[in-house]
Every structure is written in C-alpha cells, then in structure tokens.
Design a protein. Sequence first.
Lengths: 182, 170
Amino acid sequence: MNEENQVEEQPKPLILEKLEANHADALLAQDASRGTVVVVIHKDQVSAVLEYLKTDPELAYTFLVDVTAVDNSQMESELMQFDYARFMVVYQLYSFQGQCRLRVKVPVHENDLNIPSATGLWKSANWLERETYDMFGINFEGHPDLRRILMPDDFEGHPLRKDYPLRGRGERESFNFEKQNV
Amino acid sequence: MGLDFVGQGAGETDGNIITTTIDKVVNWGRKNSLWPMPFGTACCAIEMMATLASKFDLSRFGSEAIRFSPRQSDLLIVSGRISIKMMPVLKRIYDQMPDPKWVISMGACASCGGVFDTYTLIQGVDQFIPVDVYIPGCPPRPEDLIDAVLQVQQKITSGASPKGVEVVYE
C-alpha cells in the first residue's frame, strides 16, 4: 500500500561516499535524487575539493563543462538555506572515466564576492569565469585576466543580477560610439 | 529609362536618335546591379541566405553579387538583432560603404528591437544609421526581402536620393 516502501534503495554514488570520507567538513549539503548528483561545498575549501575531484584516480572529473552562478536574492527559501548567501557559484563537471556528471555549488555572500579561481585546474575555466564575473560580479581570485567578456568594456553593473532592470539603465540609448574600440 | 525617340518622320534620322538624361541612365544601371552587403546576425540571415540561393534567387533582380567588403557594395541589409557592442561595427561598415548607398532593415529586431526589449539591444538601427526600407516579420519570408529590394529599385528609378544622403541643390 505504501508506495515509498516499494521504491528500491539506490546505491549511494561513489562520489558522495568518497567526499564524506575525505572532505566531510567541506560538504554542506548533498543530493543524489532524480539521477543528478549535487554537492554544496564551503567556499574556503573549494580549491581543495575541486582539485581532489579532478586528480583522484577513481573519480577523475577531468572535464569542466560550465561555470556559472545563480542569484537567489528573490528566493527567500534558497537564501535561508545557506546562511543567507545571495549567490551560488555552480561548477558542472564530467568524468570521462566514470561517464557521470557532478554539480558542485558554492554559496557566496554578497559582502564577500571573492572565490578562488579554477583556472589552475582547468584551462576552460578562464572564459567561463570571465562570463560569471561579467554577469554577476563574482571576483575570481587568481584569475589571469579577469575582464568582461560579453558586455562592452565600459559597461557598468552586472546585468544578470536580479536587481538589474531588464531594460537597462539607459545605456542602450546613450552609449558612446567613439569610446569603444571597433 | 526615360528614353525619347526624336526625329519622327524627318527622313533618314527617323527613329534613330534617342535622348535621355545622364541621371536616368546611371540610375538604371544602379537599380539593376545592386550589390548587397549582408550584415546577418540572427535568424533573419538564414532567410536572407534562402533569398540568395537558387529557390528564390535574388539574381533574377540583379543583386546576386553579395560583397563581404563594404567598400564594394551599395546596399546594406541589416538582418538580425544588433547589440550595443555590435552597433559601432555596423556604423563603421555603413560609413565605409561608398555613396550612393541604401539600407534595408530586415525583420522586427533590426527595425525596433523585436521581442528583445532588454538592456543590451538596440531598439531599432534607424536610431544610428538611416534606413530606406523596413521589412516587418520575425523572420520575414524571402518574398518580403525580394519585395524590399524591388522597393529600393523603385526608389532608385524615381530619382529619390538615399535616406543617408543630403542633397545640395545648386
């Protein structure tokens, strides 16, 4: 009668077991439901955990698919969950060896937007982190060339933040031709 | 073309002399050999390619010679959305085209921003460059682009100057 009891217990993914064994203090939350493994990592240990995920021979998450961020400022429940951290930096990883994906989330507070850069581990993090900086204003420490990548160089503000007006702040009517390098 | 036969019924010159004006001859040439400069940034460019390809075949109207150098073209087809980062590039390409030059603003995005009423998109290229013919649609069908080219041809035939040229009458 009770459907929940009929569902078979899925075996715990290897990645979660290994993270619990080696980086238990960095692991803020985990979820493996619906076939997607998600871990939330404390910002102070993000470099160590990412390096572990890449270099561990059993895990070998060698491919950084995407780096992006989420602005939770209009989602009260998400904000409260991790000590009112407004932003969540998201790393999407893929392991060719295990043919499995992993999503690593890192809460970032609005008053401290610094987070260590992953460019030392994955070269592909370079442009992805530039995009995240451009759109959200996350400051990736140790990035070799943290400039805007999509918006013009003289653009002010970070347009994917929830408090940025959709129609802009008048820049589309008043931008300066001559100042931009063509 | 403004041809007039003269010498009707005057013996040996009968019907063998024609008169016209330089302007009309030159405009006739311009009209039938428009060389478009494509500025395709979005799905409208796909329709533009279809217009140029064999099925719709813009060469029937004399403008199949697509030039990717603005210095060799006289018809700018802006097909697609233009961001504030792209607008200086478009402006520079327009400035590099030799006079006389005509501009077609193809589709809703180029003409008014379309559905992209956002911080980064130009709400109509006519704020920055003069546009002769607008095409509505999202994206417009190739027939619409052909119609726009024919309207440009009409404009040339009628002797009207392009929108971007200031005519000084002496």
